[in-house]
Structure formats: structure tokens, C-alpha cells
Design a protein around this ligand. Sequence first.
Ligand code: ADP
Ligand code: MG
Length: 293
Amino acid sequence: ATPTAVMVATGKGASQGVLIKGGDALEKAHKVKTVVFDKTGTLTVGKPQVVSAVLFSNFSMEEFCDLATAAEANSEHPIAKAVVDHAKRFRHKIGSNPDHIPETGAGVTGKVGERMVLVGNRRLMRTSEITLGPEVEKYIFENEELARTCVLVAIDGKMAGAFAVTDPVKPEAQRVISFLRSMGITSIMVTGDNRATAAAIARDVGIDYFFAETTPVGKADKIKDLQGKGEIVAMVGDGINDSPALVAADVGMAIGAGTNVAIEAADIVLIKSNLEDVVTAIDLSRKTIARIR
Ligand code: ADP
Ligand code: MG
């Protein structure tokens, strides 16, 4: 497209809440045949709520919440916010942790005082060689059946307790995915969450297929696999964990309400955080390119 056409389209996009960072993304978006969506915070509202908390140890609920919130203190993940909100709601002590805790896409690990605290999913516990046991397995099974995500907490190498969180899908998600289908575009979901919860969400929104228990690098690899097959791929995400995939995609789209890291990694920002704007962006590109040819 000519610089003028790009400028006009960029201005038009901006007025509709679709921030296009460069001509390149605008040029490529009309060729997109596959859109890869992140789950948490992208297809779902991203405001998970803790609906149950359980102890598998002799810690008091107060101390358990204190340690869990301390480990989550530096995490921007919506689950971290859910855990902190839950503790606040019950007036439990909220821990803080000045040390940086690296994001793994499976949870957080941190030293809180003298204690080693792990907060995350089954994969985090597996890689840290934490034994779950039948009581924990039962809790996970029962909650995942209800499309909830379990947040497991280990303290000093032993399972200490868990939270179950729910995160509803965005009201427009199903409509957008069926509209994309009518445009000849396949929708795929990638998530770090477990298979059972992912399957329930994919079913709810009518996603064609999904990959669960994916690491941040794994999400980028899925994009590269599709590109290897000659696909032009868009990625829609909101989290730090989506940034490698947003960079790898031909067109990276960040949810406006997402983390700064994702917004910086993306080519297009959906300011209103509404999934309808995935269609707006592709449509704008299609119309701009059609007008030039
Ligand atoms: P999604 O792809 O659904 O956005 P992520 O890749 O961000 O998920 O995270 C994958 C999984 O890792 C989450 O479903 C959750 O189980 C776990 N997880 C990630 N970050 C955290 C955190 N800060 N606290 C607890 N669990 C986490
Ligand atoms: Mg996310």
C-alpha cells in the first residue's frame, strides 16, 4: 500500500479503537487464514474469581494465603490477582515479596522469607517434583469438570493447599469466532491451562481446535508450525506469556487491557479489548488492499 493509504487506514483504525503500529501489519492482515487466540484474558473475561480454597496441610488459612499472595506479588497474571483478591475478601494477611519472580507460564516460584513457595498448575508441580496425592487429584478432577482452573500451592516441597478459579468467556467470543469462519478464517486456541478446562472453553466458544498446557515458547512454536505450512497467522493475546507468540505471528494483536509487554510485542492493539475488533482489523486491511489494487 502507498504511504497515504496506510496513513488513511491507520487513522480510520485509530478512530475505531484499533491501533495499527505499522504498514507491515496492515499489509499482511488481509491474508490471514488462521487466528490463534490465547484463552485467559483473551477469550475469557480475564477476571478469574476464586470460588474455593482448600488446605492439604497443617498451615492455617491465614498463613497459607499470606505465603501464596507473597509468591504472587510480582505476577501480572489474572490468576495472581484472583488469589490476592480472595485473601483480601477474607481479610487474610497479604504478603509482599520484593524479589523478582520469573514467569514460567505455569505459575510462580518464590522464596518468601525462609520458605520456598510454588503457586501454579500441575505442570509446575511436576517439574518441581511435588507429589500431589489422591486428595489433591480428586480436588483437581472435580473442579476441572466444572471448567474451573486449579491453582496449586506447594510450600517447602510439599502440597499445602489449592484454590479453584472460574473465568467466564467474553460475551462476544462465540459470535466473533463464527463470523471469522464465515470470512474463511480458522480459529485456534492456545493456552497454558489444562486440557479439561481448555476443552470446556473451546466448546463454549466454538473454537475449531486447541492446544492446552502450552508454554510461552510453545505458543510461539505453534505459530511457527502453522507458518511452516504456508499459513499467514494472526495471534491475539493479552499476557506476558503471549509475547513470544505475538512476535512470531505475521500479525500480533494485543488486548488493550492486557499487560504492557504484550502491547509492546504486538503490531495491532485492540484498545477496547473487544474481540469484535479482530474482525475490524482484518476488514480494514482487506478494504485498504482492495482499494489499491
Ligand atoms: P493462558 O494461556 O490461559 O493465558 P498462561 O499461559 O498465562 O495461560 O498460564 C498457564 C497456566 O499457568 C494458567 O492456567 C495457570 O494454571 C498457571 N499460571 C500462570 N501464571 C500463574 C500465576 N501467576 N499464578 C498461578 N498460576 C499461574
Ligand atoms: Mg492470557
